[in-house]
Design a protein around this ligand. Structure first.
Ligand SMILES: *Cc1c(COP(=O)(O)O)cnc(C)c1O
Length: 393
């Protein structure tokens, strides 16, 4: 059997909507994008949503709208994707990498506090990452941000739909509706919903939404599509040197229908996660992903951690053994401080991030997507178990 790491699900609704758009005569940002924005904003209970062509673009626009300056610094967990820190560099500011909690891989605020104190530049913001789709405790982040006068931009590339609450007595807070300045989502091909490439920035601050919208299209003071529609005219003004980050109506056509299926997709991934949990809980050579009754988990990722002292093979060999048997996996991620750029420019060493450096060598992300079949789930479980048995210490 062959089990892929991911299979996107595109239904007839998406295909028909794309065809409709192709035939409509309006391919780039227009009415479908507007509809997608409105429906997404409703889905996450946010007053404003700006559709863009990637989550990276959303993060960049957020930091630009917050006036990040080149002599300033931003706290970023080292356990994240390239995008989270590179956007800080786009504005010539410094990403201050922070260690993570060993179980959740969430940004460690105690470590963040230490690094903030030591940083020679002024630290102005923090970008928590809801890794795998299990949200960071946003109350703690917001408290920390308030104490140090920081803005908060959430990297929510994994966490749609997702939610958190403080305790069982409290109400759910949906990711994207919180107190943070901006929340950034991804619709990349293998994210929880997709538009091929795409992203969304949500905010409760109108002036940030306005700035992000203007900067997403050349810094032009009004939506270009309105210029060419019957209600618009030819005149526009450039108010700043903006970017080319707008989402197309072709992509938004896919998004409109993916959005409708998002909770169904999430429930299906949750079922996969439950089956994995049940099937692998007795395997002592691995640790299962963390869970919390106070989270609505998007289950974008299902990562296990190898208990290396109980195994005679390392993580890379474990991945190769799975691959030999047809199970494709991934690693999320090699921490940023271990990459050549961050080592070279900021002088980071593995010993500077004790937890992330250690946990990295244990991580394997298993296949998880809505239409992963029962026999595929069983096959993954069986092979993880067999490899553990064969290479047990
Ligand atoms: C995928 C991802 C991004 C970037 O998303 P794009 O839409 O591809 O730009 C950012 N942050 C994290 C944590 C991601 O996994």
């Amino acid at each position: 059997m062959k089990v892929p790491f991911f299979r996107p699900i595109i239904g007839a609704e998406e295909t028909e909507e794309v065809l409709d758009t192709l035939k409509s005569g309006w391919l780039t940002t227009g009415p479908k994008t507007k509809k997608f924005e409105e429906e997404f904003a409703k889905a996450v209970n946010a007053p404003f949503a700006v559709a863009v062509n990637s989550c990276t673009a959303a993060l960049h626009l957020a930091l630009e709208a917050l006036h990040l300056q080149s002599d300033e610094a931003v706290l970023v967990p080292t356990m994240t994707f390239a995008a989270t820190a590179e956007v800080v560099r786009y504005l010539n500011a410094e990403p201050v990498l922070v260690d993570v909690h060993p179980d959740t891989l969430h940004i460690d605020l105690a470590d963040a506090e230490e690094r903030l104190k030591k940083c020679r530049k002024r630290v102005v913001g923090i970008i928590p990452v809801h890794i795998g789709g299990m949200m960071v405790n946003m109350e703690e982040v917001n408290k920390f941000a308030k104490k140090h006068n920081l803005w908060v931009v959430e990297d929510a590339a994994h966490s749609f739909p997702a939610g958190w609450r403080k305790s069982e007595k409290d109400e759910w807070k949906i990711c994207g509706s919180g107190d943070s300045e901006v929340t950034c989502f991804s619709f990349y091909a293998n994210k929880t919903i997709t538009t091929g490439e795409g992203g969304m920035a949500t905010t409760h601050r109108e002036e940030l939404a306005e700035r992000m919208r203007i900067m997403s299209l050349h810094g032009i003071s009004k939506d270009a599509w309105k210029r060419f529609s019957s209600s618009g005219n030819w005149y526009y003004e450039i108010v700043a040197p903006g970017f080319k980050y707008n989402l197309t109506d072709v992509a938004a056509s896919i998004g409109i229908h993916q959005l409708k299926k998002a909770e169904l997709f999430r429930k299906k991934r949750e079922e996969v996660a439950k089956k994995y949990n049940e099937g692998m809980k007795s395997i002592e050579e691995i640790e299962l992903p963390p869970e919390d009754i106070n989270r609505i988990h998007s289950w974008h990722l299902y990562y296990i951690k190898l208990n290396l002292e109980k195994l005679s093979i390392n993580r890379s060999e474990f991945i190769d053994k799975l691959k030999e048997r047809g199970v494709l996996t991934s690693v999320h991620w090699m921490p940023l401080h271990m990459h050549p750029y961050y080592k070279k420019v900021y002088g980071y060493e593995e010993s500077d991030f004790e937890t992330a450096s250690k946990v990295y060598y244990r991580l394997i992300s298993l296949p998880i997507f809505p239409d992963l079949k029962d026999e595929e789930i069983d096959y993954v479980i069986e092979n993880v178990r067999r490899i553990c048995e064969e290479y047990r210490n």
